[in-house]
Design a binder for this molecule. Structure first.
Ligand SMILES: [Zn+2]
Length: 342
């Protein structure tokens, strides 16, 4: 849980994943044979196969370090900050939220008109992001400019917290949950395959890091580790949720970015069944992951996705189930151990 907390609280909006990279590196450095940071900022670690493995496959495991957030684009004369969303953020979740800005984590709040001042029509509308400002308490442009620069990133200011024995809340479980799973998988290695673990950058703005990393690695197969949509709250209509919290790691059949490799998917399912690990399928057709870029690399890469379900992803605070997380770690480890990659 400490690892998840540390990863969740690190600031890493797409394009500025350094703080997350440092946390990851601290936890994996002693468990990998080599590591490097590429031109885009992907952290690529290689864990060689066990010496007794014959003709080990090159397996790429990917989890993205970046999270959705905001970028400061203009400082108003009155000291308020204009911003743009980075990645997909519902403007409804922005109002009156605390943020931390720039390398020093300058505290700010996304301002809104108080209810007393809104007319009845305004109360029914959600202002778009370009109508909102971040208030850092500065009284003019010059004072604000000493604290914050145009181009600085803002992240939601959310402390990680346990809820019940099995649930926790925190920000950015999409995809720090996947990063944490990947760290644990490396710590449990080596395996009979050559692992190329990539903590990718800029997934939320178009799978950019994974695309170049996969090209360089040229893997035989790829497994993407995610924190995915969980919408199991009661509904008025009888609809199947995308995933359910506590029902095990979610295996993707197809989303908007990839049709998962059937052989790999079957291998995950058979491994889960053989080891009594709970699992679920993610409802097809929603979301996208780094697998979207990886499977189209070079002459194509067989790719599958395993995800930890998290409620309220892309919002300031999400909820996940620690058993799902532990079972995702176990599922990936057991799958790698049996090593029958074909
Ligand atoms: Zn994600």
């Amino acid at each position: 849980m400490e690892l998840l907390k540390e990863l969740s609280e690190a600031a890493g909006v797409s394009g500025n994943e350094k703080a997350v990279r440092e946390v990851v590196l601290r936890h994996i450095a002693d468990h990998v044979d080599e590591h490097r940071v590429d031109a885009l900022g992907n952290l690529i670690a290689v864990q060689k196969a066990r010496p007794q493995a014959s003709q080990p496959k090159r397996v790429m495991l990917a989890a993205h370090m970046d999270e959705v957030g905001l970028m400061i684009v203009y400082i108003e004369k009155n000291g308020m900050l204009r911003f743009e969303p980075v990645g997909g953020i519902d403007p409804r979740v922005l109002l009156a939220k605390r943020v931390r800005i720039g390398p020093d984590g300058v505290p700010g709040v996304i301002g809104m008109k108080s209810i007393h001042l809104q007319d009845p029509a305004e109360r029914k509308k959600v202002p778009s992001a370009d109508k909102l400002v971040i208030d850092i308490g500065a009284s003019n442009q010059e004072q604000a400019g000493r604290l914050v620069k145009v181009g600085d990133y803002a992240v939601f200011d959310t402390a990680f917290a346990p809820m019940t024995d099995s649930t926790v809340m925190g920000k950015a479980f999409d995809d720090r949950a996947g990063c944490a799973v990947l760290v644990k998988v490396l710590q449990a290695g080596p395996y009979d395959c050559e692992l190329h673990a990539v903590f990718t950058v800029q997934e939320e703005v178009g799978l950019r890091g994974a695309r170049v990393a996969a090209y360089g690695i040229d893997p035989d197969v790829a497994l993407v580790l995610e924190g995915t949509i969980c919408d199991d709250a009661p509904k008025t209509r009888d609809e199947t949720p995308v995933t359910r919290l506590g029902a095990g790691p979610a295996i993707t059949i197809a989303d908007r970015s990839v049709i998962a490799d059937r052989a790999l998917t079957n291998m995950l399912v058979q491994t889960a069944q053989a080891h009594g690990i709970p699992y679920q399928f993610k409802a097809p057709g929603l979301g996208g992951t780094d697998a979207g870029a990886i499977h189209q690399t070079r002459s194509g890469v067989a790719a599958a996705v395993v995800a930890v379900p998290a409620r309220y992803i892309h919002a300031p605070v999400c909820v996940l189930n620690l058993n799902d997380y532990e079972h995702a770690v176990q599922l990936v480890i057991e799958t790698l151990k049996q090593g029958a990659w074909s």
